[in-house]
Design a protein around this ligand. Structure first.
Ligand code: ACO
Length: 432
């Protein structure tokens, strides 16, 4: 028998179907609720709302589980590469050797961006935030590559536009950095793989070639893999919402980049390092910042702690913490900010306020320290996150395109404004 939930409204009882996910989670299907009852639900922040059916990523915040296409994140982070992970997320399975070779080759082929787009960078002030430039450039790809934007794209057309975007984003990101550093663009090279190519475009200058270290490539690979998808987070939901109007992939991803920028989401990695620097400058007084975050009258939060879904240690943070430690050790660097981060984490995990609210370090807590070690400037941290999250955004946009039952995103509201009243002529208006 199909399971249902009963909803009693005044004298009427309605039966609502229950959906069960493959992992056993239950959902009440309210798709017909308004039509049948004239009621809507109220769920600010969508904390209790399933917005779609998805087969890409599974996460269990209570148990600290994260899987891409069924494979545990710990295995992917240890054994895979970012390019292979992108293939897995977007196509649903791990590639064969031949498929992976062709996929990587396509990234090399499409790394350059339209020549006239280069002039576009010139228009930005040197102080422009890289995320502003990145979102504009990604949206602008729609203007420079109209042949890639099809109203009802076929599987092959979706594959083509995805490859173009995955490849070009690292070039755009590197040029964004070069623009802010006032340095000459370094063009992509055909002999370098995805991450080394990006690092080379970022750090080589006309007078000095950047030395690509394996440790750095591996650390960056891990970080990008860990960021690659996280089901219906704020930026992915933005990509889906924009894409639900059948907006093209470039426009939809550009919206995701804007959503990611916010300090409560992907912008947190920048804020974490800035917070740790402030604590360091302040003599390492961790307790002062913990107390500030606990003060109900202040809006201050400890950046890098807490998560809407994880109520246990974020499994990504665990892996990143170890990576940060390993990288610093291998490069023989001692960063006092890592010491502060470790002490802050220890103190937070013992503090009743954080324990009660189940606030643990999230993915952004240690990632900034790796970016900093690699030499990436603080305001570029969210940009790196955007490269990492891109396969997820693409996979979700593609999944939505393929789902012929998906509808335009259009929530309802509970109106608390003025009731009907007459227009007052300007002469009769008074200051309220
Ligand atoms: N520091 C101090 N208090 C916090 C923190 C924090 N980092 N995070 C949550 N809280 C408190 C809130 O003040 C609230 O307390 P209250 O119950 O006394 O009012 C309670 O914990 C619940 O917080 P909410 O804001 O309701 O939780 P929500 O699920 O809406 O927000 C979020 C999650 C945005 C991640 C939040 O924990 C936060 O702001 N963290 C800091 C920013 C950050 O690190 N963001 C990156 C998240 S990971 C990612 O997006 C990639």
């Amino acid at each position: 028998m199909t399971e249902t939930a009963k909803l009693k409204l005044n004298d009427n009882t309605y039966e609502l179907p229950i959906m069960t996910s493959v992992e056993g989670e239950k959902a009440i299907d309210i798709r017909k609720l308004r039509e049948e009852t004239k009621y809507v639900t109220f769920d600010p922040g969508f904390a209790n709302t399933g917005s779609c059916i998805s087969s890409i990523t599974y996460l269990d915040g209570e148990k600290g589980v994260l899987r891409y296409r069924g494979i545990p994140i710990e295995q992917i982070a240890k054994k895979s590469t970012f390019v292979e992970t992108a293939y897995l997320l977007i196509n649903g399975q791990l590639p064969t050797k031949e498929q992976l070779f062709r996929y990587s080759l396509a990234f090399t082929k499409h790394a350059n961006i339209h020549e006239s787009m280069l002039k576009f960078f010139e228009g930005y002030p040197i102080t422009g935030h890289p995320m502003a430039i990145l979102s504009a450039m990604v949206c602008s790809l729609s203007g420079y590559y109209p042949e890639l934007i099809m109203p009802e794209p076929s599987a092959l057309e979706i594959e083509n536009i995805s490859i173009e975007l995955l490849s070009k984003i690292r070039t755009i990101c590197a040029y964004t950095y070069k623009k802010s550093a006032g340095e000459q663009f370094i063009f992509p090279r055909e002999d370098l793989r995805y991450i080394p190519n990006f690092l080379n475009m970022m750090f080589t200058t006309p007078t000095k070639e950047y030395e690509i270290l394996d440790e750095v490539v591996e650390a960056l690979d891990t970080l990008l893999i860990l960021h690659a998808d996280h089901e219906q987070n704020c930026s992915t939901s933005s990509v889906r919402l924009v894409g639900s109007s059948w907006a093209n992939l470039f426009a939809s991803v550009s919206a995701g980049i804007c959503a990611l920028w916010g300090p409560l989401h992907g912008g947190a990695n920048q804020n974490v390092v800035e917070m740790l620097e402030k604590i360091h400058e302040d003599g390492g007084n961790i307790q002062k910042y913990i107390d500030k975050a606990k003060n109900a009258d202040s809006n201050y939060r400890l950046m890098g702690f807490g998560h809407r879904v994880y109520k246990k240690y974020d499994p990504r943070a665990k892996i990143i913490k170890k990576r940060a430690d390993d990288l610093l050790n291998k490069l023989g660097i001692h960063d006092p900010l890592l010491d502060i981060a470790v002490k802050l984490e220890e103190a937070v995990l013992k503090d009743e306020y954080f324990v009660k609210r189940r606030l643990y370090p999230n993915v952004d807590f240690y990632s900034g320290l790796i970016y900093k070690t690699i030499g990436i400037p603080t305001n570029m941290f969210p940009v790196l996150f955007a490269i990492g999250r891109l396969p997820g955004w693409i996979a979700h946009w593609k999944e939505m395109q393929e789902d012929k039952t998906s509808r335009i995103g259009r929530p309802r509201q509970i109106y608390y404004g003025k009731q009907e009243r007459d227009y007052t002529p300007i002469e009769e208006r008074k200051l309220i």
